[in-house]
Design a protein around this ligand. Structure first.
Ligand code: ATR
Length: 280
């Protein structure tokens, strides 16, 4: 029996167990995906426990992605630059960390809008951990330009500096969400806008951006996997929209491939995710 799981705090509402369970079953793998609720202070002890229990790998979710980056023996360059590990592979007692969130977002953009990341100009609302992981992946994939708009301007400037240190020559701009003129100008030539703040996790959260600041007709995606106020506002202005469900799907598909070395059964995983979401 192969054991995998998800370390988070909290994790009980996660949709990953049915998604990975369906993938293991479809591939005929005798494997489990377990929820491992872990407070921040217990991360090192939990990781040691999983190793002694013979786990082959695990996912880490909020708030543990940075802690996991500090614990692994080695990490891929994007995970290192983002200081974010959401997938750990155990091999010969060594822990290797990866960040599959950016891959998930890239594939979701391709599926929803036929958008190709290399050469594109991409706007992010937010400069927290989620934006950082995806920006570093996009920088590594040859994005042309990144625009980072955030409530706290200093965090947007700091993230942009870190991205340009990782990938020199990348075009970029940072602006404050409160400065609507600067925001409109900065987003004017992007190919897509990504909502990457935590605003919208609660059903009644307002949109973090006035819809009139979004460029007309440009697709928008929210990393949150339901119809947020941000998406409602964008749709009412005629923008093509997509929620974060398919980002969740593709980041999971990549984790599956890293753990098993097999192609992920994406259609099976999507169906399991849809059923789990409908039952939530
Ligand atoms: P993380 O731990 O991933 O960094 P976070 O601290 O919850 O997550 O913040 C994620 C993002 O949501 C940040 O861009 C944050 O903006 P600030 O840098 O200004 O804190 C953004 N965010 C959180 N609450 C917000 C709000 N009410 N309005 C706008 N942005 C918000």
């Amino acid at each position: 029996m192969l054991r995998f799981g998800l370390i988070g705090w909290p994790v009980k509402h996660s949709l990953s167990p049915p998604m990975h369970g369906a993938a293991f079953q479809a591939c005929g793998l005798d494997a489990t995906y377990e929820l491992i609720e872990t407070p921040p202070s217990e991360i090192p002890a939990t990781v040691r426990h999983l190793q002694t229990q013979g786990f082959r790998g695990w996912n880490a979710t909020v708030p543990h992605k940075a802690a996991m980056a500090a614990i692994v023996d080695q990490a891929d360059p994007v995970a290192r630059a983002a200081n974010s590990v959401n997938t750990v592979v155990v091999s010969d007692g060594q822990l290797t960390g990866y960040s599959t969130d950016g891959y998930g977002l890239e594939e979701a953009l391709r599926a929803a809008f036929a958008l190709v990341v290399p050469g594109s100009s991409i706007g992010f609302i937010g400069a927290g951990g989620a934006a950082r992981a995806c920006c570093m992946h996009f920088a590594n994939r040859g994005v042309r330009k990144l625009v980072i708009a955030n409530r706290t301007l200093e965090s947007a400037i700091s993230l942009l500096g870190d991205i340009q240190a990782f990938q020199s020559g990348l075009l970029g701009s940072a602006c404050s969400l409160a400065d609507t003129h600067a925001l409109q100008a900065a987003l004017a030539d992007v190919d897509v806008v990504i909502q990457a703040t935590s605003v919208g996790l609660h059903a009644h959260d307002p949109s973090p951006v006035p819809a009139e600041c979004l460029p007309k007709g440009i697709p928008v995606m929210d990393m949150i996997y339901r119809r947020t106020q941000f998406l409602h506002a964008a749709a009412s202005c005629g923008a093509p929209i997509a929620d974060g469900q398919s980002m969740l799907l593709y980041q999971g598909a990549r984790s599956f491939e890293l753990w098993t070395g097999r192609e992920a059964p994406v259609d099976v995983m999507r169906r399991a995710l849809e059923i789990a979401l409908a039952n939530q």
